[in-house]
Design a binder for this molecule. Structure first.
Ligand SMILES: [Zn+2]
Ligand SMILES: [Zn+2]
Length: 249
């Protein structure tokens, strides 16, 4: 069997509230022969990574979908863990406009004095506006605007690395941008917060089922599920993530 080009590990596949005992959003992507990167880094991510034996010190970049604690709140812990483990490898953070300020504010709030400390490694923040693209640590990234207020724009991300394309909805109500980000992707990671409860700014199983034909991709895996979804029999046939799920692309 051929080795995968990218190994995807769902370190955290939960919502903000620990539903099902799951860790918050943290998806670990390891391109063959290169350093791993994260898609989102929720507040619990350091524990989620270490539980699976994934070394946080190896992480070269974190791509943040939006500035809610269950998606970016783990960054202060990741950065401080690097500081205390004598990390020297630089860390890149890519997120929506406002990321640098919100990260500094969060560090200062959780660990006063930590935002201005000089470290053996740099933390380089790239702010990515919706509709733009960039390349960081060998990963090409494009961003579309999601419908999910978080003190800044929410991003729907498409990452291209090691010849594979991965689209990630983050948290958002359904928008045609999801279809655009997903076109011909090897994997789409989609929020599925509730089954069909009318809840604003989030994707539901019902939305994904209704728009299934508009998601043209090789594989779709659901994440960010509440107890409502976790406790239900899924009749939509979508594949579901769990903490520790590892797949090769
Ligand atoms: Zn959110
Ligand atoms: Zn969330």
């Amino acid at each position: 069997m051929m080795a995968p080009s990218v190994t995807v590990t769902f370190a955290g596949s939960g919502d903000a509230f620990g539903s099902g005992g799951r860790y918050q959003a943290c998806i670990h992507l390891r391109p063959a022969g290169a350093s791993p990167v994260l898609l989102d880094c929720g507040a619990t991510s350091l524990s989620a990574l270490k539980r699976l034996g994934l070394d946080p010190g190896e992480v070269a970049a974190v791509f943040v979908s939006h500035l809610h604690g269950d998606h970016f709140g783990g960054l202060p812990f990741l950065i401080l863990d690097g500081q205390f483990s004598r990390r020297t490898r630089p860390l890149s953070v890519v997120g929506p406009p406002g990321t640098a300020r919100r990260l500094a504010d969060t560090m200062e709030c959780l660990f006063p004095g930590s935002s201005g400390v000089s470290r053996r490694f740099g933390v380089d923040v790239t702010e990515l506006a919706p509709g733009t693209a960039s390349a960081v640590c060998g990963v090409a990234v494009r961003a579309w605007e999601g419908d999910h207020p978080s003190g800044g724009p929410a991003l729907i991300l498409r990452l291209s690395l090691a010849g594979r394309a991965i689209a990630y909805t983050g948290d958002t109500a359904w928008t045609g941008a999801i279809s655009q980000a997903a076109v011909d992707a090897d994997l789409v990671i989609a929020e599925a917060y509730y089954r069909d409860k009318n809840i604003p700014y989030h994707l539901r199983l019902a939305d994904l089922a209704a728009h299934r034909d508009e998601i043209i991709a090789r594989r779709v895996i659901l994440t960010h599920m509440s107890a409502d979804v976790l406790g239900s029999e899924d009749d939509t046939g979508f594949e579901r993530a769990f903490d520790g799920l590892t797949i090769g692309l």
